[in-house]
Design a protein. Structure first.
Length: 192
């Protein structure tokens, strides 16, 4: 007489800890945003009947990114769509959105034909000096910034880009502004 052994895999709901009967009844849920997330999205499993309240409790929301004029880090915000729509006062938010400029250029599915290489910006000119960029600041850009700091800061401010701050040690070091920073620093009161 031969004994046949089998194994049975049992899956439990991460939400209720109840057994989920059958693979078709398993729903994979990826939690993408939650205050408890510290290292990115996580995955949990639940029974199909357990996710119905998720569908019923879904909110109509709008996701936004706020870009401050001071050049600080962008801030992601999600809010209920009704509260967002009320921000338009008496206007129709749908019209406001339809009239708005695209935030990003439209994606193209086909690769563009090869053309001339993108022109590099010359950061030593008044037009581009002081703009944040990757890479090393050349002596020519440092000189342009030192010689024209008020003009450059006005241009940066007008463009909504962070200005060069003589109280910011990184800015002073990046653009070689030690002399200007020491001139701008308030002098200590004389001691008797």
């Amino acid at each position: 007489m031969q004994h046949i052994m089998a194994q049975r895999m049992v899956r439990f709901s991460d939400l209720t800890n109840k057994i989920i009967e059958g693979d078709d009844a398993v729903v994979r849920i990826v939690v993408e945003q939650h205050p408890a997330l510290t290292h990115g999205p996580v995955e949990i499993e639940a029974a199909a009947d357990e996710v119905e309240p998720i569908r019923k409790g879904a909110l109509s929301v709008v996701s936004l990114t706020l870009y401050q004029g001071d050049g600080s880090e962008p801030e992601a915000v999600t809010m209920e769509i009704e509260a967002f729509n009320n921000l338009a006062g008496g206007m129709d938010m749908t019209d406001v959105i339809r009239r708005a400029e695209p935030a990003y250029p439209p994606r193209k599915h086909a690769r563009p034909a090869p053309g001339p290489a993108t022109e590099k910006l010359d950061y030593s000119t008044l037009e581009h000096a002081g703009k944040p960029h990757r890479g090393k600041v050349t002596e020519a850009e440092k000189q342009a910034v030192r010689d024209n700091l008020p003009v450059i800061n006005e241009r940066l401010k007008h463009a909504g880009i962070r200005t060069i701050d003589l109280d910011n040690a990184e800015h002073v070091a990046r653009y070689g502004l030690d002399a200007l920073a020491s001139q701008a620093a308030p002098s200590a009161p004389p001691t008797e």
